[in-house]
Write a protein that binds this ligand. Structure first.
Ligand SMILES: N[C@@H](CCC(=O)N[C@@H](CS)C(=O)NCC(=O)O)C(=O)O
Length: 229
């Protein structure tokens, strides 16, 4: 029986976070185009949200918006939250960091297009710093090149979020893999390990076959692509 409906656009960007999680836990879910809710019905659903992704829980008939809230909800339901207070807090912090990186990479969701000067500054200063933050977080909690997870010895929602962020980014923009290798080599390996999990490998293969290297779509993706040369 269908457990969840996930509403998002036909690009990976932010929707791949909940989708990767739903695949990881083997949930029975249906993907729906965000236009079924956004914008016309945004205010008509129970628990309205500003913009996609939206998750609809079929059993409780409750909608939830905001990617971090959706991930935290699923993580709690399926025991993907660390137990200790520090790492539990860090799980939320990691998801929020991911959300910030999405916003920064897309220059505040395409409010302005990238130019070479701003992009190079962002890439060398902030993007590299974000990568180092994830790397140091992992190292502080026992992440190794061949094993371990971002927040300890057990997989958590933070690993799914980190992979949805950096795994997707370097798939869509292979030019950025060298940045991740330089600034966060253990995180790069972690993303590769998570992407190879049996529950995720086939999903990602199909999704990437369908989307190719599409990232967030629109004018801002075009602008981002121009920055890569
Ligand atoms: N903070 C929200 C942001 C949602 C959001 O910005 N969604 C984008 C697609 S990734 C959108 O459709 N925005 C249209 C709008 O904001 O009106 C979240 O994390 O879910």
């Amino acid at each position: 029986m269908t457990q969840y409906l996930l509403y998002y656009w036909d690009v990976p960007f932010r929707g791949v976070f909940p989708q990767l999680f739903l695949e990881e836990i083997g949930a029975d879910y249906q993907w729906h185009d965000a236009s079924e809710i956004y914008p016309d019905k945004s205010l008509k659903i129970h628990n309205p949200g500003m913009a996609p992704p939206y998750l609809f829980d079929v059993k409780t008939e409750i909608y939830l918006a905001q990617m971090p809230a959706i991930l935290m909800h699923l993580a709690r339901e399926y025991d993907y939250l660390p137990k200790r207070t520090e790492t539990l807090d860090l799980a939320l912090k990691t998801i929020l960091d991911c959300n910030d990186v999405l916003m920064e990479v897309t220059n505040y969701f395409g409010q302005r297009m990238w130019n070479k000067k701003d992009w190079n500054e962002f890439r060398t200063a902030r993007l590299s710093k974000w990568m180092k933050i994830f790397e140091q977080t992992g190292l502080d909690h026992g992440l190794k090149s061949e094993n371990g997870y971002l927040l300890g010895s057990k997989i958590s929602v933070a690993d799914i979020a980190t992979t949805a962020l950096f795994g997707t980014l370097v798939h869509s923009f292979p030019e950025l893999e060298v940045d991740l290798l330089d600034h966060a080599p253990h995180v790069l390996k972690l993303c590769q390990r998570i992407e190879e999990r049996p529950a995720l490998r086939e999903f990602l293969r199909k999704q990437r076959e369908k989307f190719g290297q599409i990232y967030c779509g629109g004018e801002i993706e075009k602008s981002l692509r121009e920055m890569m040369f």
